[in-house]
Write a protein that binds this ligand. Structure first.
Ligand SMILES: [Zn+2]
Length: 166
C-alpha cells in the first residue's frame, strides 16, 4: 500500500518505469509537492494521508491540531482531546497490534484466530474505544465519536479521490 501511494504521489514525468535509469534519490520532495499541488490536496488531507500511509508522526500531530477545534465543537472540551486522539488512532492504526495483522495467533503450537481483529484489521469495539479514551463504557458518547470518525473518513476519501484523479 505504501509503495502504491507513493507512486501516485510522484509526478507522471517520473513514472516508476523510468526510475531505473535515474538514481533513486532523484525523486525529491519538490517532485512530490508538484504532484500534490496539481492534485489540490489540502493541508489536512495531506497530513492524514502521510500519517496513515507513511506512518509520519509529525503529520499525525499536525492533523490533530487541525481538527481540535472541530472536536471541541462536538464534545465537551474536557473530552475533546481524547476523543479526537482515539478517533485518529482508529483511522490510522488499522493493522491489529496483537497479531501484527496476520489474523492468527499461535498458542501452544496451535494456530487460533486472533480475538482482537477480523482478518488482521483491529476491532475498535465500543468498550475498547471507551477504554482508550479513558472513560467507563456507559459514559461513551458513540454518536459524537462517530461524527469525528466520519469527518476523518471524509478527509481521507477526498484526498484519495483527488490523488487518483490526476
Ligand atoms: Zn489480530
Amino acid at each position: 500500500m505504501k509503495a502504491e501511494l507513493l507512486s501516485l504521489l510522484y509526478p507522471r514525468s517520473i513514472s516508476l518505469e523510468t526510475v531505473g535509469s535515474k538514481a533513486h534519490d532523484s525523486i525529491t520532495s519538490d517532485d512530490i509537492n508538484v504532484k500534490l499541488s496539481y492534485s489540490k490536496v489540502n493541508s489536512v488531507e495531506l497530513n492524514l494521508i502521510f500519517a496513515k500511509f507513511l506512518n509520519n508522526d509529525e503529520c499525525k500531530s499536525r492533523l490533530f491540531w487541525e481538527l481540535y477545534d472541530f472536536s471541541k465543537e462536538i464534545i465537551d472540551e474536557k473530552y475533546a482531546r481524547r476523543y479526537l486522539e482515539v478517533a485518529i488512532t482508529e483511522r490510522i492504526l488499522v493493522c491489529c497490534p496483537f497479531c501484527n495483522g496476520t489474523g492468527v495467533m499461535i498458542f501452544n503450537d496451535k494456530v487460533e484466530f486472533c480475538p482482537h481483529c477480523k482478518e488482521g484489521n483491529f476491532i475498535y469495539s465500543d468498550d475498547i474505544v471507551a477504554n482508550l479514551i479513558g472513560i467507563k463504557p456507559q459514559k461513551f458518547k458513540k454518536k459524537k465519536y462517530n461524527e469525528i470518525i466520519n469527518k476523518l473518513m471524509d478527509i481521507e476519501n477526498s484526498a484519495l479521490s483527488k490523488i487518483g484523479d490526476t
